[in-house]
Design a binder for this molecule. Structure first.
Ligand code: G3H
Ligand code: 13P
Ligand code: ZN
Length: 382
């Protein structure tokens, strides 16, 4: 059943575990991720970012997508999530990742997203709060949960406060949550997006702990969110490079550090995208090497050519352009494309399975008191 993030946060806060929140950019990934969570009896949190929504509308230069195109892509993703998630025995959440405007959040909610993030983190705090409040008002009236963001994520190698620190200030976090009524808050404490997070990253766990403690003292219900939390496994990067890729020096967030902030720092949602991209690229390159007969297929050969020209690329959206119908609607035109889709599915199953176990959402679905958006809207009103 589809529900919002709020019912998932309740047991996670009570029992100190977290969910991986997984970015999807194709129908096949939606199907495979939901299936993996069903097998592991974990609630599932899928997210579409603004660029993913543009891509899912068929906009291959997704950096330039318009709001109308994003709205179309949102509907396509939401349809896929409903198709595989509506009758699923586990709670299913579809969350907008890094929504950048009220209009974008509204479009996601209208398309069927059950949760949204409004990322006002680049604005001064007062403006951020005003924008976030506006989104909360619209979303909660429809039973949709909201994640805000305070503090700016950056690549960090040092673990000391600089004068220009963009880490989240714990007292600002309390003011932000009180003022906006968000259900979840993304904080900056040393993580960063992408595959280059810096060598030997040491998270400022004290920041998460302080924010969590302050929120508890104020009796504020809010799950903390860790963005930019991919593990970037060295072995996967090495495999890609052995298979003809050229990924430069890459480093992720060590999982033991994430487990620590789950235990003592109130982190309840952990965003993972890069790891899925890496595993997908590794699997597809592996397919080309182990089953070169797939290259007799024109569509797969076209993908191979793009990857050959761009050995450093590991965002599948850069090379899946020849099979946009498959990406958007799940159509399987040839047996070779089926093999490629299986490689895409295996990748997201590998990453989600690992994180479900590591972050502790394994077998937790039964703890969620799932409510419909209508019921949640009434709760917010009360
Ligand atoms: O936080 C960013 C996510 O990795 C989404 O990436 O905006 O390229 O879809 P994207
Ligand atoms: P990664 O780039 O570490 O996977 O982070 C993803 C993310 O934060 C999506 O919002
Ligand atoms: Zn993010």
């Amino acid at each position: 059943m589809l529900t919002s993030l709020k019912p998932l946060l309740e047991p996670a806060i009570k029992h100190s575990f977290a969910y991986g929140a997984f970015n999807v950019n194709s129908v096949a990934q939606v199907e495979a991720a939901i299936r993996m969570h069903e097998i592991f009896k974990s609630p599932v949190l899928l997210q579409g970012a603004e660029l993913a929504n543009a891509f899912m509308a068929g906009r291959t230069d997704f950096m330039n997508g318009t709001l109308e195109e994003k709205a179309k892509g949102m509907k396509i993703i939401a349809d896929a999530v409903r198709k595989y998630g509506e009758d699923s025995p586990i709670p299913v959440v579809l969350h907008l990742d890094h929504g950048h405007s009220f209009e974008s959040c509204k479009a996601a909610i209208d398309a069927g997203y059950t949760s949204v993030m409004i990322d006002g983190s680049s604005k001064p705090i007062e403006e951020n709060m005003e924008l976030t409040r506006e989104v909360v008002k619209y979303a909660h009236a429809k039973g949709v949960s909201v994640e805000g963001e305070l503090g700016v994520l950056a690549g960090v190698e040092d673990n000391v406060f600089a004068e220009s620190s963009t880490y989240t200030h714990p007292l600002d976090a309390v003011r932000f949550v009180k003022n906006t009524g968000v259900d979840a808050l993304a904080i900056s404490y040393g993580t960063s997006h992408g595959a280059v997070k810096g060598k030997n990253v040491k998270l400022r766990k004290e920041i998460a702990i302080a924010i969590n403690e302050c929120l508890s003292h104020e009796r504020l219900f809010c799950g903390l969110v860790s963005h930019g939390s991919s593990n970037v496994p060295a072995e996967v990067v090495a495999e890609i490079n052995e298979l003809g890729g050229q990924i430069g020096e890459s480093h992720g967030i060590p999982i033991p550090q994430l487990k620590e902030v789950i235990q003592i720092g109130g982190i309840r949602k952990i965003n993972v995208d890069t790891d899925i991209r890496l595993a997908t690229t590794r699997n597809i390159r592996n397919l080309f090497v182990k089953h070169p007969e797939v290259l007799n297929d024109d569509l797969v050969a076209a993908i191979y050519e793009i990857m050959k020209k761009n050995p450093a690329a590991f965002d599948p959206r850069a090379y899946l352009i020849p099979i946009m119908d498959t990406v958007m609607y799940g159509t399987i035109p040839t047996p070779a494309v089926q093999k490629l889709v299986d490689a895409i599915k295996d990748a997201i199953m590998e990453v989600t399975g690992k994180m479900i176990v590591e972050f502790g959402s394994y077998h937790m679905a039964h703890l969620v008191k799932t409510r419909s958006l209508e019921e949640l809207a009434q709760e917010y009103q009360a």
